[in-house]
Design a protein around this ligand. Sequence first.
Ligand code: ATP
Length: 230
Amino acid sequence: MFDADNIRSGYGEITVLKDISFSVNNEIFAVLGANGSGKTTLLKTLARLLPLQSGKLELQGNDVSTAAPYQMPAAGVAYVPQEGNVFADLSVMENLSIGGRTGNKSKSEKLDEVFALFPRLKERLSQSAGSLSGGEGQMLAVGRALMQEPSVLLLDEPSAGLSPLFVDTLFSSIAETRRERGVAIVLAEQNAVKTLEIADRVMVLSLGEMHLLRKRSELSMSDITEAYHI
Ligand code: ATP
């Protein structure tokens, strides 16, 4: 999937991510870190919304260091930002239809897959996305991204603002997406406890640097909390 070699990125003159190297395999690759550690910046960089200041980024062996954001969906990358991830004035069905223009499967096949994962969306097809609850809105955002038939899904803090029950439902759907559909997932999160339940590997960022990158099985909560105190 992604191979990042010493990537440096940020906003204009400001550098946030400082020379980070990692690979994302066919796995749930979690990105944890305190507020402002650079999780969103990393996802935006992978989605090519931020230019690289230096380093190299490859996607499935192809150099995408200078790729434009609009090229990424066709290259198999779906990005779900933390906010503004659905079209509020459009219905649930319209949102899903917009997501379904790439890939090989028929729209109805893709819709069936999304409804199997998120049955609640099927009950609200004509409702406007802006009137959904926070949890339903996140389900729609993930569902819309899956309509792209991605090989990599970039999720920025999908649990933000959700009640524990919704977080459980959403995270089991994320794990199922990985398991049943073989989609690689980069999951940026604040909720370390829930994330450790489903992640294969965990990267912890601290002030834009990689504090650690380890298999979940080799990681304890104290390894993570240490990074939050720097
Ligand atoms: P959170 O958990 O609070 O969402 P984060 O780990 O996702 O935080 P980022 O949003 O990536 O962190 O922010 C990393 C750093 O980049 C912060 O210091 C932030 O102030 C800075 N930053 C973010 N957006 C911009 C911007 N548009 N211009 C300048 N600096 C920015």
